[in-house]
Design a protein around this ligand. Structure first.
Ligand code: NZQ
Ligand code: ZN
Length: 385
């Protein structure tokens, strides 16, 4: 196991009606900005529950944060923060709203164009406003981590930053708030969480038994509960298990002290920036292709994954590895997320543009060992047809 420094300051309040506790969580004298997306929270009662819990407070609101939140929209929120002297932010929504709120938290206290936070990967962030989150979509893990992914529409760039200063102070996880999710977002969330686990697990052995077994338990939970969430949308136990799995998938715990490989995400971000695919759609495309392309480098972990997650223990090793990758792909399809370019109306002709974007953004040595060069990424993308 590698050395690590694990520190996660986010307080989690999990379960039905936990929104009622907002009054104790948000400082009484704060000037609060509630940030949200395109209106789902108004349609499903979450907005009303939040406002009822914060009754009597000084509240401002900023709606309209889009999926794959944009710099262009978020600078408007920063303007509201400055104009109204806001000193506490509350994100109510999915990963896009929480990521956007992190950007607003840091960008509001920065004496420069906030896009420099992305360009400098947060090296210039020395302060951020405090904020909390009410999660409505289990997927990204943003509710309990310090990462944020922002898109600049003008230049079609989608970049991530991480800063210890943008951990949420608290996150409210009420599984009943996810009942209204459209099937497409349920499937997306399952695939995103699955791939987060894989990017921290599917590398090379590091003698990290707890991280491995924890990761395998989370993967098995997604395999068991994912299709059930689509078949039984109001099943509380299923939603609760999915929600906690997605949070634990990317709160730092399973990634502590192990090699990581974020190449699928980095290639995926370029696909979203260029062609507007949902984040999870890009992952369902790239991950199986990446595993096939790098099956030799990842051989030991692929065999472990085949055995422990899919029960494939007998027969030829190469056949077991291929079967495990095929099961993974079948699983993504079973939760409604396509795994080939044709599923999204794309073809092989997109490959040069994606490779050029990776090159322009310095994504030339990805993977746990830096082995994923532009040539490897090109091969991976060619396998997505
Ligand atoms: O905008 P509204 O109207 O709220 O609708 C949203 C949105 O259209 C809807 N939705 C959310 N909760 C709902 C609901 N609809 C009905 N009922 C509910 N309870 O779902 C749609 C998608 O929401 P979004 O927040 O975009 O989805 P997700 O949570 O999957 O977030 C994706 C973003 O997170 C980034 C992605 O790149 C992408 O920009 N990621 C963030 C990470 C992080 N911070 O650690 C890691 C991830 O790898 C990922 O990159
Ligand atoms: Zn992701």
């Amino acid at each position: 196991m590698l050395n690590f420094d694990f520190h996660n300051p986010t307080r989690i309040l999990f379960g039905e009606n936990q929104i009622e506790h907002l009054a104790q969580l948000v400082p009484a004298r704060a000037r609060v900005l509630v940030l949200y997306g395109g209106g789902s929270i108004r349609a499903n009662g979450t907005y009303d529950a939040v406002m009822a819990a914060l009754d009597g407070r000084t509240i401002f609101e900023f709606g309209g944060i889009e999926p794959n939140p944009s710099y262009e929209t978020l600078v408007e929120a920063i303007a509201v923060v400055k104009r109204e002297n806001i000193d506490f932010l509350l994100a109510v929504g999915g990963g896009s709203v929480i990521d956007g709120t992190k950007f607003v938290a840091a960008g509001s206290l920065l004496d420069a164009d906030p896009w420099t936070i992305l360009e400098q990967r947060a090296k210039n962030v020395s302060a951020a406003l405090p904020f909390g989150a009410v999660l409505t979509l289990p997927a990204t893990g943003s509710e309990m981590n310090s990462g944020s992914v922002i898109t600049k529409q003008a230049t079609q760039e989608k970049f991530a930053f991480m800063s210890r200063l943008v951990f949420p102070q608290f996150a409210i996880l009420d599984p009943t708030r996810t009942y209204t999710l459209p099937a497409r977002q349920v499937g997306n969330g399952i695939v995103d969480a699955f791939v987060h686990i894989m990017e921290q697990y599917m590398t090379v052995p590091a003698d990290a038994k707890v991280q491995d077994r924890f990761a395998e338990g989370l993967l098995q939970t997604l395999v068991e509960e994912g299709p059930r969430a689509l078949a039984e949308p109001d099943n509380y136990a299923v939603r609760a298990n999915l929600m906690w799995t997605a949070t634990l998938a990317l709160n730092g715990l399973i990634g502590a002290g192990v090699p990581q490989d974020w190449s699928t995400h980095m290639i995926g971000h370029e696909l979203t920036a260029l062609y507007g695919l949902d984040h999870a759609q890009t992952l369902a495309l790239v991950l199986p292709a990446m595993l096939r392309e790098r099956r030799d480098a990842k051989r030991a972990k692929l065999l472990q994954y085949a055995a422990r997650v899919w029960g494939l223990r007998d027969g030829d090793e190469d056949a077991r590895i291929e079967a495990a990758i095929a099961r993974t792909e079948d699983f993504f399809r079973a939760v409604g997320v396509g795994t080939r370019f044709a599923d999204y109306g794309l073809g092989k002709d997109v490959v040069p543009a994606v490779v050029a974007a990776l090159e322009a953004h310095g994504m030339t040595n990805l993977g746990e060992s830096g082995e994923v060069t532009l040539n490897v990424s090109r091969n991976v993308l060619e396998r997505c047809t």
